[in-house]
Design a protein around this ligand. Structure first.
Ligand SMILES: Nc1nc2c(ncn2[C@@H]2O[C@H](COP(=O)(O)OP(=O)(O)OP(=O)(O)O)[C@@H](O)[C@H]2O)c(=O)[nH]1
Ligand SMILES: [Mg+2]
Length: 198
């Protein structure tokens, strides 16, 4: 287990493509969508926190620390990363969205190894076709940098991390691990990929 890394599962968005239903709580197979990412990350780091902005009493049932964005204007996933940094005391924070139920079981070790090897402060997962902008490893010393970026009204994660030494981490060997469930139709597609009883 990577002790110097904590993780946040981001569930703070509006989920408009899911008809506004809180995406982390949408049923996928036998469970709430967020539980897949929670389980995957809990096996890789000591501390996992949930970032959510609605239905907090329902998210509390997962028994993990819960943090909401510091502002209530839905400033995007980076706001969730910053909020999570206030709840952890690790050197690094990994973020993953609640709508990626098939994440790699070696996500954290590969992100950390590459960041350390390249002296980077941010690592971004790359599936071979595109960077996965919300699957990040971020050094927690960048907390203030995120808040300054958001305070300027900026939102785009890629514009933020390009200001810092960053690396892309190649996960093209398991690209399907980043399958993203944004719509009810995608829920049905991904349910077909889940192991029985999961
Ligand atoms: N904390 C926080 N997380 C967000 C915010 N907006 C999006 N996210 C998270 O970022 C991740 C990727 O975003 P999307 O897949 O577009 O999710 P979304 O914005 O809820 O969904 P759409 O409205 O359909 O685009 C998801 O895990 C969201 O929960 C936000 O304003 N605050
Ligand atoms: Mg998504």
């Amino acid at each position: 287990m990577a002790e110097q890394v904590a993780a946040v599962v981001l569930a703070g968005g509006l989920a408009r493509r899911m008809g506004g239903n809180d995406k982390g709580l949408v049923q996928l197979g036998q469970r709430s969508m967020i539980e897949y990412a929670i389980d995957c990350l809990s096996a890789q780091v000591e501390q996992v926190v949930i970032n959510a902005n609605r239905n907090l009493e329902k998210y509390a049932q997962f028994g993990l620390p819960l943090v909401s964005d510091e502002s209530n204007d839905f400033a995007g996933p980076l706001a969730g990363v910053a909020a999570a940094m206030t709840a952890v005391n690790s050197q690094w924070l990994v973020s993953a969205p609640c709508d990626c139920p098939l994440l790699p079981s070696d996500l954290v070790e590969r992100m950390l190894a590459k960041a350390q090897q390249e002296n980077a402060l941010v690592a971004v997962a790359h599936d071979g076709e595109r960077p996965q902008h919300v699957v990040l490893l971020v050094h927690t010393s960048l907390y203030q940098s995120i808040n300054e970026f958001l305070a300027r009204g900026d939102r785009k994660i890629v514009l933020w991390y390009r200001q810092h030494p960053y690396v892309e981490v190649d996960f093209s060997d398991c690209a399907s691990a980043f399958v993203n469930v944004n719509t009810p139709e995608q829920c049905a597609e991904v349910e077909a990929l889940l192991k029985p009883n999961s």
